[in-house]
Design a protein around this ligand. Structure first.
Ligand code: AMP
Length: 285
């Protein structure tokens, strides 16, 4: 696996493969890779000819009081996981390579960025949209792979890619989970041992909502309440939100259409960890 540190080298590497008629895929990550990331790399390698994993802890998407400085990092381990998953190159620029002293551009995707994660983490999606646009510029991919784990992020990136005519095919892959249902995340290392067992309550709440909708409930408040009821069984959990919304628009009608896809979104804090998870429910056609 080739390790690339500069934008110029990245562009040249990609250009050579594009000229040879190969399809280039990018898998953006902040490192501390786990099986969820590996599954994206494997999928990219199956669909495209060249898989470029990017590793960059993007300061711009962290709030002032968030975990940028303590975000877990392990470069050697990340190299092993990326390579074993089939990555052809790892683009791992230094901060100064991506954000030069004169850097002045911020991309804001209005509307879809405003609620849920955007409301609790002001400026977060500006940081995400800006770095993803920059990574697309550096890697010049045909396609890009993202996890459903960060559901709202996938909508923001789809919107930006379409609005700016970036010409990158966005592919969203399923969330990989631990055996008890907890969504894999680099941030799960923040969970103390006694918290770890309780963290699967998010997944149980999502499953409860899915079953409720499956049984015919389409009133939003009732669905939200079913999730809150489950989440409240863990007293230490601080719930940021537990909401059902239209899957494509994140709009929140009082009553959903019977056939429209619904996303259940949860964010909650447990000790030092902030956990997010989601599930999409779709009527069988
Ligand atoms: P991150 O390094 O956390 O920024 O994540 C990089 C990419 O991996 C994002 O597209 C995430 O949605 C995706 N990802 C993170 N966790 C998982 C997971 N458990 N399953 C699938 N994809 C994931």
């Amino acid at each position: 696996m080739r390790i690339i540190r500069t934008v110029a080298e990245m562009q040249q590497y990609s250009e050579e493969h594009r000229k040879a008629g190969r399809r280039v895929a990018v898998i953006p990550t902040m490192g501390y890779l786990h099986e969820g990331h590996a599954s994206l790399i494997q999928q990219a390698r199956k669909n495209a000819d060249i898989a470029v994993t990017t590793l960059f802890v993007n300061k711009l998407q962290f709030g002032a009081n968030e975990d940028f400085s303590r975000y877990p990092r392990d470069f050697v381990r990340d190299c092993t996981i990326a390579e074993e998953a089939g990555s052809d190159a790892l683009f791992a620029p230094e901060n100064g390579e991506m954000y030069t002293e004169t850097f002045s551009t911020v991309i804001t995707v209005r509307g879809i960025s405003d609620k849920f994660e955007g409301a609790f983490r002001r400026g977060h999606f500006d940081g995400v949209a800006t770095i993803v646009a920059k990574l697309f510029g550096a890697v010049r991919p045909h396609e890009a792979y993202f996890g459903q784990k960060d559901y709202q992020q996938t909508l923001v990136i789809r919107r930006m890619t379409a609005d700016l005519n970036l010409g990158v095919n966005i592919i969203v892959c399923p969330t990989l989970r631990e055996a008890d249902g907890l969504a894999m995340s680099s941030r799960n290392v923040y969970l103390a041992p006694e918290e770890r067992g309780k963290a699967s309550v998010l997944h149980r709440a999502l499953q409860t909502a899915s079953l409720l909708v499956q049984s015919g409930e389409i009133r939003r408040q009732e669905i939200n309440f079913s999730m809150l009821e489950v989440l409240r069984t863990v007293g230490e959990l601080q719930i940021d939100y537990a909401c059902a919304a239209q899957a494509d628009t994140l709009e929140e009608p009082e009553v959903f259409e019977e056939t429209e896809p619904i996303v259940f979104l949860i964010a909650a804090r447990l000790g030092a960890a902030r956990l997010i998870d989601n599930e999409v429910w779709q009527a069988v056609k």
